[in-house]
Design a protein around this ligand. Structure first.
Ligand SMILES: NC(=O)c1ccc[n+]([C@@H]2O[C@H](COP(=O)([O-])OP(=O)(O)OC[C@H]3O[C@@H](n4cnc5c(N)ncnc54)[C@H](OP(=O)(O)O)[C@@H]3O)[C@@H](O)[C@H]2O)c1
Length: 251
């Protein structure tokens, strides 16, 4: 057995660059803080300027590098400028995390009571927007021969929960988008993952299930720590895998 057998290739090293969508609160904010603490240079995306600015300031106050870009993932004209601006700010993107997501109208409603336009809007944010962004960023990663793309999923991608229809359909589509990108990029050095973060105490959870006791829900910081560990561990989180944060053991 060679000495190299025990060398673990870590992906997350200081100076890496990451683009995180939906980084102004909840899991996206937690991922930003966790990655910044490891020296990753960040571009953070959301629609709301004030919350985004607050996270950028929080990262910088802790000595990290972060830049905010206000953009709506559902707006196709926003995606090329977003990718271009991100590259201008930090250089080529090493890590792309598709975290932004919408439930559609709340209270959640039955599919038969859903407007077609609501389904279209959910698909635009949760599936088509990430696809557009990956098309730009993954090509550049493949040319460089390395990179990681993470699709934040949900158990709703797998379970058929009544009233979660539009969101579930989009998440199921995103899971398969992840698998197919992984298969097509198999020999390029680009790793593509889907990760179910588990239930977390966030604004989205409160909007979906207002009666839930927040004290019973996980802190998004814990899910973020596990997702960062997955990104850093190609052996345990190989390309094409769909992982569940709650069953990931932190070493
Ligand atoms: N919370 C849970 O229990 C749970 C469980 C399973 C999976 N997840 C998944 O985990 C991820 C994070 O969820 P979360 O609970 O942290 O959500 P959250 O608290 O609602 O945060 C969502 C983030 O996405 C941004 N965003 C929403 N729509 C956007 C758009 N059209 N364009 C750009 N940014 C947009 C929001 O900012 P703006 O509104 O300012 O744009 C915000 O920064 C999502 O993919 C969600 O589906 C969550």
């Amino acid at each position: 057995m060679s000495a190299n057998h025990f060398i673990v290739a870590h992906f997350i090293v200081p100076g890496r660059t990451a683009l995180i969508t939906g980084a102004s609160r909840g899991l996206g904010r937690a991922l930003a803080l966790s990655l910044a603490a490891r020296g990753v240079r960040l571009v953070l995306v959301a629609r709301g300027q004030a919350d985004l600015d607050a996270v950028v300031a929080e990262v910088r106050a802790r000595g990290g590098e972060a830049h905010g870009i206000v953009a709506d993932l559902a707006d196709k004209r926003a995606i090329y400028p977003l990718a271009g601006q991100a590259a201008a700010l930090v250089g080529p993107i090493d890590l792309l995390i598709h975290n932004a997501s919408t439930l559609g109208p709340t209270p959640l409603r039955l599919l038969l009571d859903s407007e077609c336009e609501d389904l279209e809007q959910v698909l635009a944010v949760n599936l088509v927007g990430p696809f557009r962004l990956s098309k730009i960023v993954a090509g550049a990663m493949a040319l460089r021969g390395e990179g990681v793309i993470v699709h934040i999923s949900s158990d709703a991608a797998i379970e058929a929960y009544p009233r979660w229809g539009a969101y579930s359909v989009a998440k199921a589509g995103q899971d398969h988008l992840s698998r197919i990108f992984a298969a097509e990029l198999a020999d390029t050095g680009v790793r593509v993952l889907a990760v179910d973060p588990g239930e977390m105490n966030t604004a989205m959870h409160a909007a979906a299930i207002p009666e839930a006791d927040p004290d019973t829900l996980a802190d998004p910081a814990l899910a973020a720590a596990r997702i960062v560990a997955m990104i850093d561990d190609p052996a345990r989180a190989p390309t094409g895998s769909r992982l569940t944060a709650t069953s990931w053991e932190l070493s």
